[in-house]
Design a protein. Structure first.
Length: 136
């Protein structure tokens, strides 16, 4: 298995560019692109679209051979695809983590509200004399 960090080092050192409908972008620009986690993503440029484009290029350049080795362009495209896939994996994990944190925060908020309501119920069930004692 190849070290992903090595891919990123080469990508920045060799200034990899990725084709999009709006022109080439750098490896650093990949981090700004959305991962379409739903079908209603309206962006013209997504990480998924870039990965599919690179994958099509690999298939177009790969002719099955039992003798020759991969050409350099296919190796470069495969490296670029691995970089895009790593950015996708990271962004999906980040989104899942954020969703989990929001869910936990929502639960905590609901628990606080329930505790507040219980405390109010206890106070409302007290007599005037008991409430007066609490104030003094």
């Amino acid at each position: 298995m190849v070290d992903v960090n090595e891919y990123f080092k080469n990508a920045s050192r060799l200034k990899y560019r990725y084709e999009t409908v709006k022109g080439d972008i750098s490896t650093e620009d990949l981090w700004q692109l959305p991962v379409p986690l739903t079908d209603n993503c309206k962006s013209e440029i997504t990480l998924d679209i870039i990965a599919k484009t690179i994958n099509k290029q690999i298939k177009a350049e790969t002719e099955e051979s039992f003798v020759s080795t991969k050409n350099k362009n296919v190796q470069l495209l495969e490296t670029k695809l691995e970089i895009v896939k790593e950015v996708i994996r990271y962004k999906i994990a980040e989104a899942n983590k954020k969703r989990e944190e929001e869910s936990q925060e929502n639960l905590k908020s609901r628990v606080r509200a329930a505790m507040f309501n219980k405390q109010n119920q206890e106070l409302e069930s007290m007599s005037i004399e008991e409430l007066t004692k609490l104030l003094n």
